[in-house]
Design a protein. Structure first.
Length: 538
């Protein structure tokens, strides 16, 4: 190959596998006629071929290996210089449409080691990816932007940017459920904000640290972070901090079983957000108003207030679908599905959770384990054990399961399938985790499930005291926490236990209570069981 053709091929390789003629002309240092002649030579030698049409003429390397060899033949300094010239050319050619080319600008600025521009363009690429729910791409861009800005001379301006980019990276990591990575990023962001003495940035870092700790079952730590964030939010009168922190504190209380406090905080968030800002993300991975409404619905469901629960979640879903934000839609569908599952509307829960799983597929993120586990339980309740158990069998307990813990789902699913030994194991694990993390709601549910698994055994008479003890402990805790559905389930379980022991009066007493409560709350799945029990008693 003539040296001048080889040089042009190598120059083109720096642009990428696909070569814009306008961009190549801007950096090639040859005349239009010479460029045309050399491109004809390269096409004749079958190194490249023309793809785009006038006026956006493009060429493409015929083989990826040709591109790699041509690029590899350049010295590092030559590559840096050419990448830098490409950045200048794109900025000049597309000055009015830089957003359309921001990913290319980010790539070439990084390769040129133009760290100021690289940090800016990588961050913009991350924001663009985040807006379309491409969370993995967003996280990668933000990570590279952090690396670029950290190479810049240390100043208050670069430190502020380093903090902000980390907070944006956190948002992508939240959707990806990379909770430990998120914790590290937030620790760095908080240290930077404290070094700057910047109250608002400190407030944002503390706000996000609240939900990070809550999702990792560190509720005491979450409450401490949230308390500090709330002081800053109120002092600044910052609406984003006020509603975001209250939402995360509410989720923390929900995970602890403090449902009434969670409900109060969610209602406060809804009241604070102006109607015209309902769709705003307020710096979150999803709409703040949607989070408050649908998760308020979950709190209501645990309290047995299903009419309100479904109304809030349905409202949130309508708003989410109108905004067409994929992450918000999928998360809201999950919360609606949990409400339906808690109510016992199992066929509806299957449809809703399937929709959530389908919506989640566009997010470049693995599905939440709790989403798949909740769907597994719903399927088992409807009798679809092959699919339901297949979902439950692949789940592992992981942080982030605060609305419908995976271990509880596995315990119930295996119990329904008659695999009581496995069910008992998962229920015991759930109880241990709940007690170690202070999650009293999960503790109450796990106690009841342990009673259920023991009551299914052949040696009920020998275990009657233990079975009764688990049910009564669950009943006592559920009563303290105002978990009315769970109270009703405990009475139904006690009735079944007494019936097997031949204690007619106690059976009738507990069935009557369970039936009345299930009827009042519209929980037909369990109402049918309690009423069938009463009919058998005559």
């Amino acid at each position: 190959m003539p040296p001048e053709d080889k040089r042009l091929l190598q120059t083109a390789s720096v642009i990428g596998k696909d070569i814009s003629l306008a961009l190549l002309a801007a950096i090639a240092d040859v005349s239009v006629e010479t460029l045309s002649h050399q491109l004809d030579n390269l096409q004749g030698a079958e190194f490249v071929y023309e793809t785009g049409l006038y006026p956006d003429i493009e060429y493409t390397f015929k083989h990826a290996l040709t591109h790699e060899v041509a690029y590899g033949g350049l010295l590092h300094q030559q590559r840096r210089e050419l990448h830098g010239r490409i950045v200048d050319a794109i900025e000049s050619l597309h000055r009015d449409r830089l957003g359309e080319h921001i990913e290319r600008l980010a790539h070439h600025a990084s390769a040129a080691e133009l760290w100021e521009k690289a940090a800016r363009y990588l961050r913009g690429s991350g924001q663009k990816a985040l807006a379309r729910s491409a969370n993995r791409d967003a996280a990668n861009y933000f990570e590279q932007s952090v690396s670029a800005v950290d190479r810049l001379p240390r100043s208050s301006e670069t430190l502020a940017r380093a903090c902000d980019i980390r907070l944006e990276l956190r948002t992508a990591l939240q959707a990806l459920r990379e909770l430990e990575h998120q914790r590290i990023v937030l620790t760095d962001a908080l240290m930077i904000a404290e070094a700057l003495g910047d109250q608002r940035r400190m407030g944002r870092a503390l706000m996000y640290a609240t939900i990070s700790a809550a999702l990792m079952w560190k509720s005491d730590e979450a409450l401490a972070f949230g308390g500090r964030a709330m002081l800053i939010a109120e002092a600044l009168g910052d609406l984003e901090l006020q509603v975001g922190t209250r939402n995360y504190l509410a989720i923390t209380h929900l995970s602890r079983g403090s449902f009434l406090e969670a409900k109060r905080l969610f209602e406060d968030v809804i009241a604070r957000i102006p109607t015209e800002q309902t769709d705003e993300l307020f710096g979150q991975a999803r709409s703040t108003a949607s989070t408050a409404r649908s998760t308020l619905g979950v709190a209501n469901a645990y309290l047995g207030q299903f009419t309100e629960a479904l109304a809030h979640a349905s409202w949130a879903l309508r708003d989410s679908e109108a905004a067409q934000h994929a992450y918000t839609i999928s998360a809201t569908l999950y919360e609606l599905g949990v409400i339906q599952l808690l109510k016992g509307d199992n066929a509806e829960a299957v449809r809703t959770l399937d929709r959530s799983l389908e919506s989640w597929g566009v997010l470049q993120a693995p599905p939440w384990s709790s989403l798949s586990a909740a769907l597994g339980v719903a399927l088992c309740r409807t009798g679809d054990f092959p699919r339901g158990l297949s979902l439950l069998e692949v789940q592992t307990h992981s942080p982030g399961d605060v609305l419908y813990p995976t271990l509880l789902a596995q315990a119930e699913g295996y119990l329904l399938a008659g695999r009581t030994q496995q069910a008992s194991g998962y229920a015991q694990q759930a109880l241990d985790v709940a007690r170690s993390t202070g999650s009293r709601g999960t503790e109450a549910i796990a106690l009841r499930l342990l009673g259920e698994t023991m009551a299914c055994g052949d040696a009920l008479d020998a275990q009657a005291v233990s079975v009764s003890g688990h049910y009564m402990a669950a009943l006592s805790l559920a009563t303290q926490l105002n978990m009315r559905p769970l109270v009703a389930h405990c009475h139904l379980g006690l009735a079944k236990m007494h019936r097997r022991s031949g204690k007619r009066r106690q059976t009738h007493e507990h069935l009557t209570i369970a039936s009345a409560m299930h009827r009042e709350m519209g929980m037909t799945y369990w109402l049918e069981q309690s009423e069938a029990g009463l009919r058998k008693l005559g």
